[in-house]
Design a protein around this ligand. Structure first.
Ligand code: PLP
Length: 502
């Protein structure tokens, strides 16, 4: 790698000769690790020019350090930091070497930022903790061709400042997709592209909420969304979730007690339980929001992956009162690393969010957004979604089967009608924290259901993602889960059931 030109500061008003100041400054930077062994130093002419000193001064400074063993010259030309530095030889006092940034800030940090990160699992662990897509199948060649085409054809406009709402072609493509697959009457004017749906949640929260506002959230839900909502200073109130999603009757009694500014929900495949909110609850919810002028933030993070039964439309598709803000993402369809999400809202909300985005981030990555728009326009994305839906459905069935075979009555699983994970109920006597810990030791990563509980209390269930792994990997993951369970409870009656049924 070519080096940047190293900067030193000399002070002509000091009595110390400039060549000594130079050699001392370089020696300091070598000892502080700012100049690494083997680094090539600028030529004497170049350095003299940039420092405004005579070349002979640079040569004298370099010569001093060569004599002491800090620098060396090579036959092919050039002066380098020596690979083996002289032990201890220095004129720079140790206390004047500043080799690290300050260990702690010299100012108060303020209140802690709420965190919602999933822990990293060690390499080699089969991770079933996440409902993530299988990025090995992502149409990367198509995307890189689209990127190259976009830059070649529209580079000049794409590399400048652009529309903070997102590239117009991507907004139009998303609107068309939403209209045809979800009966959502969106247009390029009511779609706003973000860097992932997490940013959409943050922008919506900051545009509409503040301290003193009350927001209802699912009592078993998505900690990432709670973190974004909490940052506004709003108070979150959990609402119970049952086998059919959020309990709308409980929500109705909550709204009678105190004004609700917003409700954050995942109605399509409830996160984490995957249940689908029935039609009657949906209608009641929309009516409730209309009557109380409450915002519904509908997070439809994995809409594309519905396998059984009739398609279910988002709340936003039936919203005539303008109470729903719809949030979607390409993180599950393509890859989370691409950071493309979107929101759909009435134009006045879009205008507010546009101002907020300009103050935060100015705009998205236009070249990237334009390339992704091409994937929509060329049909690559439609084909990819169809292929992945079929594949994920088989993986869902494979994991259900493998869990039943390996884990017997320790967990109760039913195939989810849609989504990217199973919500597996467990025997209340099982210590899920310990099982998850032993799981990592046995090479499988999963999280206890408690992680999704608003109050952090015990939840006798696991959310097991099936989409990122091949069927044989899912089989292996289930077998490792059983091995971990055996290590925890060697004589468990659950596992006797499992061995009989396998
Ligand atoms: C329910 C839910 N909403 C939103 C997100 C955020 O996704 P992204 O910001 O990658 O679009 C996730 C990610 O896992 C999720 O599970």
């Amino acid at each position: 790698m070519r080096s940047w030109q190293h900067t030193v500061v000399l002070d002509a008003s000091r009595s110390e000769p400039l060549f000594l100041q130079l050699s001392e400054a370089l020696q300091h930077d070598i000892r502080a690790g700012l100049l690494r062994p083997g680094t090539r130093l600028p030529g004497s002419r170049t350095l003299a020019g940039s420092l405004g000193i005579h070349r002979n001064t640079v040569l004298a400074g370099y010569g001093e350090l060569i004599a002491q063993g800090w620098l060396c010259t090579r036959p092919a030309g050039g002066t380098f930091v020596a690979r083996d530095l002289p032990p201890g030889a220095t004129r720079v006092p140790r206390e004047r070497i500043r080799s690290r940034l300050a260990a702690a800030p010299g100012f108060p940090l303020g209140p802690p930022i709420p965190t919602a990160r999933i822990p990293d699992f060690p390499a080699g662990v089969l991770v079933v903790a996440k409902g993530a897509p299988d990025v090995r199948r992502m149409p990367a060649a198509e995307l890189s061709r689209a990127y190259r085409r976009a830059l070649a054809r529209h580079g000049r406009s794409l590399l400048g400042y652009g529309d903070p709402r997102g590239h117009p072609r991507l907004r139009a493509a998303l609107a068309e997709m939403l209209a045809s697959t979800r009966a959502l009457p969106a247009s390029a004017e009511t779609v706003f592209v973000t860097r992932g749906s997490q940013m959409a949640l943050d922008l919506i929260a900051r545009a509409l909420l503040g301290p003193g506002d009350v927001v209802a959230v699912e009592g078993l839900g998505h900690p990432g969304a709670w973190a974004a909502l909490r940052l506004t200073g709003a108070s979150l109130v959990p609402v119970p979730v049952d086998a059919h999603g959020v309990n709308v009757a409980a929500l109705a009694s909550l709204v009678e007690q105190r004004p609700l500014r917003a409700i954050y929900l995942t109605p399509h495949h409830q996160f984490p339980t995957t249940s689908v909110l029935p039609a009657a609850r949906r209608m009641a919810l929309l009516e409730l929001a209309r009557q109380h002028r409450t915002v519904i933030i509908e997070d439809d993070y994995d809409h594309e992956f519905h396998y059984d039964g009739r398609p279910v439309l988002p709340l936003a598709s039936r919203d005539e009162a303008g109470v729903v803000i719809y949030v979607g993402t390409l993180s599950k369809v393509l890859a989370p690393g691409l950071r493309i999400g979107y929101l759909v809202a009435p134009q006045a909300v879009i205008a507010r969010i546009t101002e907020l985005r300009v103050a935060t981030d100015l705009q998205g990555d236009q070249a990237h957004e334009c390339a992704v728009a091409e994937l929509f326009e060329d049909g690559d994305l439609v084909r990819h979604v169809r292929r992945m839906r079929r594949m994920y459905r088989s993986r869902r069935d494979a994991l259900v089967e493998a869990l039943r075979r390996h884990l017997g009555s320790a967990i109760h699983v039913a195939p989810a009608a849609g989504g990217m994970a199973l919500w597996a109920r467990t025997d209340p006597a099982l210590d899920l924290d310990r099982w998850a810990e032993l799981g990592v030791e046995h090479g499988v990563g999963f999280l206890p259901g408690r992680r999704y509980a608003f109050d952090g209390g015990p939840v006798h269930a696991l959310r097991l993602g099936f989409t990122p792994l091949e069927e044989q990997e899912l089989e292996e993951a289930a077998s490792r889960m059983a091995a971990a369970l055996r290590a925890m409870a060697p004589r468990s009656s659950h596992l006797r059931d499992a061995s009989q049924s396998s």
